[in-house]
Design a protein around this ligand. Structure first.
Ligand SMILES: N[C@@H](CCC(=O)N[C@@H](CS)C(=O)NCC(=O)O)C(=O)O
Length: 201
């Protein structure tokens, strides 16, 4: 059976659709499902096997993969010829795993807490703060051009994704702003936006 990506247009799963395009992974089926939207539209989809009916969700035979960082790692390992993430034993593998996990474990929580106006010593101790989060991106991109150095990877796709959705959240840092522009200019990003617009219409 073909692997199946459960996707809902204009959501966190859109970046995974972009990754499939970047990987040339034509043998992964993209299955659209509905999710509840902030404007009150949409609803959980009985056809979505995700335990919380979220997207993205990837099924590959008996394997189920949730969380974008894990799904992206799974896919870049699955399509090694695309060179979108270092493999075990290759230089940069540690940094690659770190960026993907850091996005899930730090960057996105920090951005959501900032959006929600939350702060607490325990949150600071665990996640640090928006300035520290931006500093990690800034120091990597000062070496740049991509988070892993010379090669674009799924880590760039994942970590740039919130700035593509919420451009106003981009920090006033030229290296980060240039990187966001370069990530947004990838033809696959444009193709996903067009695809999502068509499906959502
Ligand atoms: N931590 C998850 C978050 C997934 C997530 O929250 N997806 C949203 C779409 S943007 C969703 O499915 N929401 C539907 C719901 O909350 O029921 C990941 O990164 O994959």
């Amino acid at each position: 059976m073909m692997p199946i990506l459960y996707h809902s247009p204009n959501s966190r799963s859109s970046a995974v659709v972009t990754l499939l395009d970047e990987l040339g992974a034509a043998d992964v089926e993209i299955r659209e499902v509905t999710i509840p939207r902030q404007d009150g539209s949409g609803s959980p989809d009985a056809a979505n096997p995700h335990p919380e009916k979220k997207v993205p969700y990837l099924i590959d035979d008996d394997e189920t993969v949730r969380e974008r960082g894990a799904i992206m790692l799974y896919l870049t390992d699955m399509y090694p010829q695309a060179g979108l993430g270092p493999l075990p034993g290759q230089p940069g593998r540690g940094a690659y795993l770190s960026w993907l996990s850091w996005y899930q474990g730090v960057m996105e929580p920090v951005m959501v807490m900032q959006f929600a106006g939350l702060s607490h010593p325990a949150l600071g101790a665990t996640f640090r703060d928006p300035a520290t989060m931006i500093a990690r991106l800034s120091e990597a991109l000062a070496r740049g051009p991509w988070l892993l150095g010379e090669a674009y990877s799924a880590a760039d796709l994942l970590c740039s994704s919130p700035f593509l959705w919420f451009p106003e959240s981009a920090p006033d840092d030229p290296a980060i702003r240039d990187w966001i522009e370069r990530c947004a200019a990838r033809p696959a990003v444009k193709r996903t936006a067009e695809r999502d617009a068509k499906v959502a219409a």
